[in-house]
Design a protein around this ligand. Sequence first.
Ligand SMILES: Nc1ncnc2c1ncn2[C@@H]1O[C@H](COP(=O)(O)OP(=O)(O)O)[C@@H](O)[C@H]1O
Ligand SMILES: [Mg+2]
Length: 524
Amino acid sequence: MTTIQNIIDTHAARKAQTILRGAIYNIAAERNLMSELNEVANTAVQSILVNSTHPASKQMRSVSVSQILDRMNAYALGNMIKEMVVHQPEHAFTSIKDCFNDQHPSDTAYKMWPWVANIIETFGDDALNLNISDHIPDDLNVSPTSPTSPTGYDVTDDIAHAANVLLKVATKGEMDDLQGLLDEVVALRNKPAPVAAAAVVPASGDIPAGEPRRVNAQVVFGLKDKLLDMEITVYDWEYDNPLVPAKDADYIFNVSNLADALWAIETKNNAWLTGHTGTGKTTFIAAVCAYTGRMMMRANMDSAIERPDFVGAMSVTVDDDGNQITKFVEGFLPKAMQLPVVMLLDEYDAIRADISYVMQPVLEGGSLRLMEDGGRMVHPHPDFHIMATANTVGCGDSSGMYASAVKVQSRASINRFPVFIKVDYLSTSDEMTLVRNFAPHLSGTAENMLCEFVELYRKAFREGTVATPISPRNTITIGKYVEAFEKRLGTNRAIKRALEMNIMNTIDEGDAIAVTGIMDRITG
Ligand SMILES: Nc1ncnc2c1ncn2[C@@H]1O[C@H](COP(=O)(O)OP(=O)(O)O)[C@@H](O)[C@H]1O
Ligand SMILES: [Mg+2]
């Protein structure tokens, strides 16, 4: 049996709060209390206990359930749990809403915000003695940690109180828990480097508030495989995050590549994905981000991207008083670095030498010095990740397929990508599954012909007989086209027309001869 008191007694303050918050979300989900919980946030919006100058008020960037729970200490969270477990749903949060509606809250409310200090006695021990074993999320390790700070930063109550008041004033109300901060510092220090630090993402601009959660990768991707039996971080956002790619239910994962990419992210290693055009490198990273709720920022590293776009440049703008001023505008790299995003650098083997040079310290996890902005240093966000895609492994192109765009990368640059992931085309049967998803009425004959075409074409591409790669995007379009026309034209003619429309018209004469040969073979 685990009571709320047990958790408070056997864990550092921060950890106890995390466990209790997890229990609150679990109970809310089990008892259908989510909308009631959101009502609490709606009440808090107008409360003097939130974002006001009242001494017991807490600052929040956006007033949400997660931010409210984050500001509550373990006793307050324990009380909330009792409210949820003991009361009728409609009455579960009456007392917390009463506190938020109180026009003259006591200053002491901040000891057990949003409740007044002595409420714990009024509620009695029953709240603390509540057995919550069944409600603790499985993925939280609740084996006891030291209840006091692991470094022995043991601050006595009165000093802690004074320090908390000072801290609160100094941070304009954003922080008021010195012990919590110390615990966090110690936890960070003790953290085995170089693991990605997942943290709550505060809302700003278009980006909503986000909260990380640890889940088994098999659950996240709905795939059962030993390789994926690992805990990973996923993010939940308060509302749609514009930087998280949309989930494509049709995407077919290669489990081995997926496990490597997740490992790279979890261990904060840069990953280099190689493979022919159209093997799905770009969509793979987008799909990983979509499933894990991670934000992604993508830049195409072809030679068109120059230093001012990538790093930033001085630019003339008008200030509030209408005066012309010059101001440094950050480029893609510094913007991305400061956010918990996966930065996808596409076609990295075509990168210009001057950009590659700028990337060196960043690839090593270091900071970026903006020479153009007086040498200002930009520090990477702890949950910032780098993934690069390329047709080659950066050593130039021996096949001659990509020679014009590809530059040989320096060893120094390649060495900074410890994880290499080789992406191959989908198996033809998987590719046909995709085609069927998009063209469900395609005849069996047409499907077999298309399957044969793809196999022969990919073979010709590997052997160098044709130089233009085709991707599943082509196959899907061809499938959809044939589905629409085959009843009217017959399968053979529909396939020929589709191939002409989608492939023949986009390739050069040499390729066209080879493709005509393949076409004749399959339409026989
Ligand atoms: N495993 C896959 N599952 C679903 N679609 C895929 C898969 N691999 C590739 N595709 C499709 O193939 C097309 C090309 O993929 P893309 O990511 O642009 O390739 P690359 O970046 O390797 O050139 C996209 O339309 C994508 O939807
Ligand atoms: Mg790509």
